[in-house]
Write a protein that binds this ligand. Structure first.
Ligand SMILES: O=c1ccn([C@@H]2O[C@H](COP(=O)(O)OP(=O)(O)O[C@H]3O[C@H](CO)[C@@H](O)[C@H](O)[C@H]3O)[C@@H](O)[C@H]2O)c(=O)[nH]1
Length: 341
């Protein structure tokens, strides 16, 4: 049997790195990282010093570089993406090149190389997308599903997707920003007090990817359920944890391409899904392009479902947000330093 060899695209990002550490802990004999930035790779190489990890400089936009990293691989986790909402609004074609064309390159290369299983990372912003980042991720989902449908259930490669909400404390996100503002004595900048976001600690992120690797059927989409919070409650929780309940807040208004709440699963998704407890499993829509059956075999179940979004999921109150925040190692370290100052 072929030795397990996992390729992670975008392996130096928060999600990719968590996956890498997890695979190392599980004793994976070979893990390949494909990414663009040699400096980030070098830092990761020096911090890991593991003979099991191999680094490939390349770009998912460039099929040749993907093919080179893909040879001999058994599983692929595709996490490489342009993921910042505001920058994709200003450079939408860059999102097209990386998130759409790049994803097609990775999925096709995996199929052609006979990889056993590929899992592509998506986001709640791909559902009813209003910004270029979400639109490009929605297209990635469509492309992965279209390729899955075309190769069929008996192909050697299984293509699956995982979809998550916001990862807490990820680089450049709102929680480290609010923490910095509290520490510097600057007002906390809230865009819209009642805006809600799903909240997921990074540690909860990788289990579903492993599940998808092992259990996905062709074209499956796995959606991680999560609780949500309003920005006001998130800010209040942080202010209280840092002993600054009266810290000032500025309301700055919505940024480009934002939504009041995010949808993780649409009614259409849920109409062909199974509720697996911590996640939904959405099966690929396997109907073909023959129009006639659409009128007799349409999706009659869609109307029975409600969208699953950050306004109607479990809502965390301030105390619950505080305990979730305290469970994050990054936040615990910040608080420790703050209390010892
Ligand atoms: O100064 C600020 C900055 C942000 N926010 C709000 O905080 C929330 C979260 O913002 P942020 O942490 O920037 O994340 P998102 O813009 O929601 O997007 C993140 O979460 C997505 C998953 O939903 C990922 O796909 C994206 O890559 C990632 O950037 C949003 O409601 C923002 O309006 C503020 O209130 N004040």
């Amino acid at each position: 049997m072929q030795q397990d060899c996992v390729l992670i695209t975008g392996g130096t990002g928060s999600f990719g790195r968590t996956m890498l550490q997890d695979l190392l802990r599980r004793g994976c004999p070979e893990i390949r990282i494909l990414s663009r930035d040699e400096e980030k790779q070098d830092m990761l190489r020096n911090s890991l010093r593991s003979p099991n990890v191999r680094f490939y400089i390349g770009d998912v936009r460039d099929r040749d570089s993907v093919d080179r990293a893909m040879a001999g691989v058994t599983r692929v986790f595709h996490a490489a993406a342009l993921k910042q909402v505001p920058s994709c609004e200003f450079f939408p074609m860059e999102a097209v090149r990386t998130n759409i064309v790049g994803s097609e390159n990775v999925v096709r290369a995996a199929v052609e190389a006979g990889v056993r299983s590929i899992v592509c990372l998506s986001t709640d912003k791909a559902v009813f997308p209003v910004n270029a980042m979400g639109m490009s991720k929605a297209m990635m989902e469509k492309i992965a599903c279209a390729i899955a449908r075309s190769i069929g259930p008996d192909a050697p490669t299984t293509i699956a997707l995982v979809r998550y909400g916001n990862v807490m404390y990820s680089r450049g996100s709102v929680i480290p920003l609010f923490v910095r503002q509290i520490k510097e004595g600057a007002p906390i900048t809230i865009t819209e007090p009642g805006m809600t976001r799903f909240l997921m600690p990074l540690r909860d992120s990788v289990a579903l990817v492993h599940h998808a690797f092992t259990h996905a059927r062709q074209g499956d989409l796995f959606i991680r359920k999560a609780p949500a919070a309003t920005l006001t409650d998130l800010a209040t929780a942080l202010k209280e944890l840092f002993g600054r309940p009266d810290h000032p807040v500025d309301i700055i208004g919505w940024r480009h391409g934002e939504k009041l709440y995010e949808t993780l699963a649409s009614a259409q998704d849920l109409s062909h899904s199974e509720d697996m407890g911590e996640y939904f499993r959405v099966s690929m829509d396997g109907r073909d392009l023959n129009y006639r059956p659409y009128f007799t075999e349409g999706d009659i179940h869609a109307a029975e479902h409600r969208d699953y979004h950050s306004h109607n999921t479990e809502r965390l109150d301030v105390e619950a947000i505080k305990s979730l925040l305290l469970s994050l190692p990054e936040l615990a370290a910040e608080l420790d330093a703050w209390n010892r100052r």
